[in-house]
Design a protein around this ligand. Sequence first.
Ligand code: FPP
Length: 243
Amino acid sequence: MGITVARSVPEPPRHVAIIMDGNGRWALNHALPRAEGHRRGAEAVRQTVRTCAEVGISYLTLFAFSSENWKRPKDEVQTLMGLLRFYLESEIEELVKNGVRLRVIGDREGLDREIQTLICNAEKRTIGNTHLNLTVALNYGGRREILLAVRAMIRDAVTGELDPECVSEEKFEECLETYGLPDPDLLIRTSGECRISNFLLWQCAYSEFVFLQTLWPDFSKADLLTAIEEFHQRERRYGGTKG
Ligand code: FPP
C-alpha cells in the first residue's frame, strides 16, 4: 500500500498578487495556437481562485490585461476580451456561492460596453462577500494609477479643499484604485520573467517577490504552496533591523 504524505499548508499571506505570464510560450511548447494558451490560462485562473479560497488567502489580485497589452495583434486582444466576457458570465454564480467579492481595477472606460456592464453587475452581486477578495486588473497600468491620484490631489489643492502640507501616504492611498485593500504581501510572477511590468507600483513597495519558472497555464496548487513557503523563508524588515 502506498503512503501519501500530505503537504502541510503554512499560514498563508493575507494578500497575494500574481502576474500571470507564459500563456504564449505554453501554447508554443504544445504546438498550439496562442489563443489556446490563453484559454488554458483562464482555466488556471478559475483553479487558482478556488485554491486561494481553500488555503485561506483573503485577498488575491490578478494582472489580466495591462494598458500596454493593446499593442498585441487585434485577434489576440479579441481572444483575451472574449475569455474575460466568458469568465464574467460563467463564473459569477460560483463567485456568489463561494463568498468571493470581485473588484476590477484599471481603465474600464477603455473596455467594450458589454464587458463594462458585466463587471458592474458582478461587482454589485458580490459586494457583500467576504471570504476571498478577488481583484482583477484590466486595462491597468501602475503609473497611470499614480498619475490620476496626483491629478486628483492637485485639483483639490487648487480649489483649496486640500492643504498640500496634509498630503501623506494615507491621503495618497485614498486616491488609488486599490483604496481599502491591504498592500500585497507576496507578488508572484510566473514564466521565469523577473519584472514588475507596471503592476501595483505603489502597493508593492514592501512586497516579497517570488518568480516561478512555471508557465501560467500550468500553475497549480503546488506552485502556490511553493511560493508561500518561499515567502515564509523571507525576513520582512520594512526598512528596519532584525528582531
Ligand atoms: C501572459 O501570457 C498573460 C496575459 C496576457 C494575461 C493573462 C490572461 C489570462 C490568464 C486569460 C484571461 C483572464 C481571466 C481573468 C479570465 P503571454 O501571452 O504574455 O505569454 P508569453 O509571454 O509566453 O507570450
